[in-house]
Design a protein around this ligand. Sequence first.
Ligand code: GLU
Length: 296
Amino acid sequence: MTQYIGRFAPSPSGPLHFGSLVAALGSFFQARAQNGQWLVRIEDLDPPREMPGASEDILNSLRAYHLHWDGEVVYQSQRHALYEQQIQQWLTQGQAYYCQCTRKQIKAEGGFYLGQCRNQNHSASGSAVRIKIDHSVLQFEDLKHGTISIPPQIAEEDFIIKRRDGLFAYNLAVVLDDIDQGVTEVVRGADLIEPTGRQIALYQILGYTKLSYLHLPLAVTDNGAKLSKQNHAQAIDTCNPIPTLLQAMLFLGFNIPEAIKSQNIEKIIRWGIQNWRLTQLPIETEITTRFSNRKS
Ligand code: GLU
């Protein structure tokens, strides 16, 4: 049997907050409960959205919460050659192509790109690169939520793999890295359900069998917005981590005995690994309505 390899892949746009701690813990428990490896990958693909020092800050928070990863931390900023090589190969094979449509044009045509540039032979200059989707992925299985359907307009779109400004797209980097790192299962927040179909489409194009997926419930603000660095979710306490750790574990559905709550952090984490069950995990009820938040 292949060994389980899981990962936590934060973007360094700010410090670790409660929502990202939940994702880190969920992926950690799921990996360790199966004696698997747990990797950390910093997704620093988008420099304008990064906060100086955030990567180190996130790693320090993981250490403070005793979430110890395996191997070296991987940084996407150091892997551009891998991404570019794949794009060039697809361009040569006709599996990807240059596109010059602006956001404004796409919006005016209903919000979805309809393949206008597929046969235009645009040059690289001033173009984005899109992948040709010939076989759309209309559904996938989530370990907790069962079959998730993806709206055809999203599934069928030739999506961007490299932006016009030269930045590599999240969907491309995440798939190439998960393959390269041998990841067997992706555990992450439910906000990333939508791009999962696109990621599976890339696996198919690359001839890889897709991974298994588990999407965790999202921590939201009082008015229902996702906790994120963009809405300045508070950094978690790293000096006194136990109260926040217990809160995040409750959020993941653990029923923690009083005798465990008063233990040290190492023992609490160990208890968490031993008692992690997917059945305890709350269902994310809004999962099917999460397709409005487009990420490409
Ligand atoms: N870097 C992404 C984020 O922080 C997560 C990517 C993933 O887990 O697939 O939202």
